[in-house]
Design a protein around this ligand. Structure first.
Ligand code: SF4
Length: 150
């Protein structure tokens, strides 16, 4: 991936961006996630992909049994895409592109806090933590500019 290319993003990572505060499966995952978040906040275009994306693909290659091979993960992607599309009032599928400007980030954070994405996050071990982050107003999360109201 070069700076001019779209950030490849799988469905449920649209949600993970919202609550991300520098925690993850390993230092390599955190480094990749932090870099991706920074690119998206700076205005990079995201392209929805199926399966491993720019966040988890390096981890997937390095591990023998990466968590993304669990059967619930593709379903988590499907649910996340469907729920985000519902919140935005559009269709959203593989190959579609979007830019996460402040308005979109704010809209998705509000929806997350209101429980709109629970059916997708219910399939994830991190849900209690992410729910707490959203409920407490997204303190220290990184998917925003320094002056952004959340
Ligand atoms: S609960 Fe899991 S899928 Fe949902 S935002 Fe958190 S890490 Fe991502």
């Amino acid at each position: 991936m070069t700076d001019g290319e779209a950030v490849r993003l799988r469905g449920h990572h649209l949600l993970c961006l919202l609550t991300y505060k520098g925690l993850g499966y390993s230092p390599a995952f955190v480094a990749g996630m932090t870099a991706t978040v920074a690119r998206l906040v700076a205005g990079a275009t995201a392209e929805i992909v199926e399966g491993p994306d720019d966040i988890c693909e390096p981890l997937c290659r390095a591990e023998q049994n990466p968590h993304c091979h669990e059967t619930t993960v593709p379903e988590r992607d499907r649910r996340a895409l469907s729920l985000v599309a519902g919140v935005l009032g559009c269709t959203l599928g593989i190959g579609d592109r979007l830019v996460f400007d402040e308005t979109l980030r704010t809209r998705l954070r509000a929806a997350y806090r209101n429980g709109a994405f629970e059916p997708a996050c219910a399939l994830c071990e991190w849900q209690p933590l992410c729910r707490d982050i959203a409920a407490s107003g997204y303190p220290d999360t990184l998917f925003r500019t320094s002056g952004e109201t959340i």
